[in-house]
Design a protein around this ligand. Structure first.
Ligand code: ATP
Ligand code: MG
Length: 649
């Protein structure tokens, strides 16, 4: 018996209304916004788009020739002008744009005026080095100010940046350089991570061999400690080249709204990364709007997004979103546990952070470490918390709410993807009641739904495919160099409807609950179980910090559940605990989801962006050779897991 929909098992009934105090001050506090946007989505987006400065105002809003959308196509603008220069002309001129904190404890403040001068200089420098409008510039930097400066300088020239996360290997960097055909690479001599040097320059030297790269621009970050040397003719020192560049303003290139702003590769959780193409106008509208709506940004806020700029979250919520909205953004270079496990909270205290945005993987790590670390610091400046990257387990949500938010801060669980460019399903914190584990409702202007195999909306409580039925401004335009893959991946299943690849269900209130990746769905005796619910049942147990469940081939049931579990610090694993955990899952969600086996593991395999890679766990459980591991953060974890899996009773 084949059953196409998920069985929704977990019952979560906690509900948190926005406080009156929060609601009264919220940017989006008029509940009719949803209806207005539903009745006239193009009107809604046009209204939002007017928060940007356009060189030539748009007259067209949307042209939709599925699967290709064009937004604001006759409008012209420049993204760097919007993110920096326009603020230099007004009262924000001397406002802090970036509060940067290095891992060793050094720090720098850039006002909008200072940032603008640096971006102008960098734009002059890149132009002198031969970069022209439309060229691809690969950027492989640690979390230092030169990273946003380089991106914004590209944007100012009209060059397309392709940022590669600094944690990637030389091979991954090379693949992305080759795919983008970049002639220039911007890197650093190294970066700091847990007090050690990340050998970016050595990786870059290896990566550029046999690629079209002619120039490597090197920022000195670690100096002596790197041991890196410049290759004559090819390598240039960032500081020297900057010093040679004029201090005069660089005239922003006038770009069409549909011109490409950047390429960015997805995290590679489910397979080979895709080079996602983002536009200038629509992307910036999405980024800017969500700052005001989801993050309720005010001029007084100090916004701290912990994501690396190498991921889309960093592009949208460290660089283009906050800066286009004139915010003060905190940017931190290093690890959350250096020199101690309270580093993020020390940063919140030091700068008076008001809005804090992180990932479930981090929150589960904080849970594992225990609440004594945030307790050491004064977190009373916080007023809003956010999460992104994976479904958040309700217990992790509660922990965040209690130990970081002191029960006072709304939590915005934001569902989105590299492909969507900005948050899509998330609360409006002044209007939307939240439920732990649900990203709540589609934002105004988005039409997200959960549908069955035939594309029909499923009933409440039934799971299906999470789709977007209408184009939105910041949607990907294509996959770089592979429009065919773009069509097949996102529009191949339902005509004109965007397929996200995630499974979800909606509850009676229309709230969306992401159940996990469609690729990871477990099928036990014909019942389809999302990974999120089984994992959340495990994380609900007081001994468990983190869990990953997979379906392993099973003769009778089709698939059986194998759970990999990380315990909280100080908890001992023993056979009695195995039985207890299995029983806990049965109590929380039913016998159907009872794990066949539980393997204790100090670490789970994750992407470099911190997401659990279940496909590798399936490979282990089914005794296969591991699939693509290039995006795996720590290859050592897999060896350890294989050994533990072999040893389990
Ligand atoms: P790849 O597409 O290469 O496999 P990836 O999907 O991990 O990699 P991203 O674009 O960084 O790459 O991640 C988007 C995915 O992250 C979503 O499709 C979803 O599975 C997950 N995700 C992000 N935010 C949330 C959230 N708030 N709740 C649930 N899942 C989320
Ligand atoms: Mg994806």
């Amino acid at each position: 018996m084949q059953q196409e929909e998920f069985d929704s098992l977990l019952k979560e009934t906690r509900r948190f209304e926005p406080s009156e105090e929060f609601r009264n001050q919220a940017n989006f506090r008029d509940p009719t916004v949803y209806d207005r946007a539903r009745q006239d989505p193009e009107g809604y987006w046009a209204e939002q788009a007017r928060h940007l400065d356009w060189v030539t105002p748009f007259t067209k809003v949307l042209e939709w020739d599925p699967p290709h959308a064009r937004w604001f196509s006759d409008g012209q603008l420049n993204a760097a002008y919007n993110a920096v220069d326009r603020h230099r002309l007004g009262p924000r001129k001397n406002k802090a744009a970036i509060l940067w904190e290095g891992e060793p404890g050094d720090s720098k403040v850039y006002t909008y005026e200072m940032l603008g001068r640096e971006v102008d200089r960098a734009a002059h420098m890149l132009t002198r080095l031969g970069v022209r409008r439309g060229d691809r510039v690969t950027i492989y930097l640690p979390m230092i100010p030169e990273l946003p400066i380089a991106m914004l300088a590209c944007a100012k020239i009209g060059a397309i940046h392709s940022v590669v996360f600094g944690g990637f290997s030389s091979q991954s960097l090379k693949d992305r350089i080759m795919d983008a055909e970049s002639k220039i690479l911007i890197t650093a001599d190294g970066g700091w991570r847990r007090g050690r040097v990340v050998p970016l320059k050595a990786n870059a030297d290896e990566a550029v061999k046999g690629t079209p790269v002619e120039t490597v621009l090197v920022v000195k970050r670690v100096g002596e400690a790197s041991g890196a040397a410049l290759t004559p003719d090819r390598d240039k020192d960032w500081a020297e080249e900057m010093a040679k560049s004029p201090t005069t303003p660089f005239p922003a290139e006038t770009m069409g709204a549909e011109d490409i702003l950047y390429l960015l590769y997805t995290s590679g959780t489910t397979g080979k990364p895709k080079g996602i193409v983002h536009s200038t106008g629509g992307y910036l509208v999405g980024a800017n709007t969500s700052m005001r709506s989801v993050f309720d940004l005010k001029d007084e806020d100090i916004f701290f997004c912990t994501a690396d700029v190498g991921w889309v979250t960093g592009h949208t919520y460290v660089v283009y979103g906050p800066l286009s909205a004139g915010a003060t953004v905190v940017m931190y270079e290093g690890a959350p546990d250096y020199p101690d496990r309270d580093r993020f909270w020390a940063i919140v205290e030091k700068y008076g952070v008001t809005i804090f945005y992180t990932a479930p993987t981090s929150i589960r790590t904080f849970m594992k470490w225990g609440p004594e670390y945030p307790k050491r610091r004064n977190l009373s400046s916080l007023r809003l918390l956010g999460t992104v990257g994976e479904p958040i387990n309700p217990e992790a949500w509660m922990w965040y709410h209690e130990h970081i938010g002191a029960g006072r801060c709304p939590i915005v669980d934001t569902w989105w993807q590299t492909e969507t460019g900005c948050a899509v399903i998330a609360p409006l914190p002044g209007l939307t009641a939240t439920k732990p584990g649900s990203a709540t409702l589609p934002l105004p202007g988005f039409e997200a739904d959960v549908v069955d195999e035939d594309g029909n909306p499923v009933e409440p409580g039934r799971g299906g495919y999470l789709v977007l039925k209408r184009p939105w401004p910041s949607m990907l335009r294509t996959i770089w160099g592979d429009d065919e893959r773009f069509r097949n991946t996102y529009f191949g299943k339902f005509d004109g409807i965007y397929l996200s690849g995630d499974g979800a269900h909606k509850d009676e209130d229309g709230y969306v609950w992401v159940l996990g990746r469609m690729d990871d769905v477990i099928n036990v005796s014909g019942h389809r179980i999302g990974t999120m619910e089984a994992e959340s049942a495990l994380v609900d147990h007081p001994a468990v910090a983190e869990a990953a469940v997979i379906g392993r081939a099973h003769e009778i049931k089709g698939q059986a559940i194998t759970a990999f579990v990380t315990l909280k610090e100080g908890v001992e694993s023993d056979p009695a605990l195995v039985d207890e955990l299995k029983q806990h899952v049965v109590e929380k969600i039913g016998a159907l989801a009872r794990p066949e086996e539980i393997v204790f593991a100090p670490e789970l395999p994750k992407t470099r962006s911190g997401k659990i890679m279940r496909r590798l766990l399936r490979d282990v459980a089914e005794g296969r050779v591991l699939g693509d591991t290039t995006t795996l953060a720590d290859p050592g974890v897999m060896e350890d897991l294989k050994a533990r899996y072999a040893e389990k009773e």
